[in-house]
Design a protein around this ligand. Structure first.
Ligand code: AMP
Length: 130
């Protein structure tokens, strides 16, 4: 059965998309740890990030690198931190989380976002993509 993220890629489940290319896809997390919390995923459905082919894994971080400056321009933060967990969704992904302090990088802070706020934020981030 397709993962929830494959369904998002295929448009079967809505998302606030940030960026897409042939191999990768990015969208806002619906339960952000901080505003601007973004997920980047390979379109290839593989459960474990470190089981990805070398070129897909390295390309995922280069894809993330295109998005981080746009997040930083929209969300006031010290930097964008990264979490790799994957215990909830078995489709490799990296969490990009704008942060002001290291203690903020915890799922204990995750809260369901207001859909309108998420949509507005996605539009702002997209406008800052180069
Ligand atoms: P994990 O697998 O623990 O790394 O976390 C999976 C992440 O996916 C969580 O932060 C969820 O909030 C997020 N998530 C699950 N379903 C959706 C969805 N439909 N749209 C956006 N984010 C989602």
């Amino acid at each position: 059965m397709a993962s929830i993220f494959t369904k998002i890629i295929n448009g079967e489940i809505p998302c606030q998309k940030i960026l897409e290319d042939e191999q990768y896809f990015s969208f806002l997390d619906i339960n952000p740890i901080n505003p601007g919390h973004t997920l980047v995923i390979p379109k290839q459905e593989t459960d474990y990030l470190f089981a990805l082919d070398d070129n897909i894994l390295s390309g995922l971080f280069l894809f993330a690198k295109k998005i981080v400056p746009a997040i930083e321009q929209v969300i006031s933060c010290k930097r964008v931190g990264v979490i790799v967990a994957g215990l909830e969704v078995p489709h490799a992904h990296v969490h990009l989380i704008p942060m002001g302090a290291e203690g903020e990088l915890t799922f204990d802070r995750a809260q369901r976002a207001n859909p309108q706020d998420l949509a507005a934020l996605a539009q702002k981030i997209i406008q800052h993509l180069k």
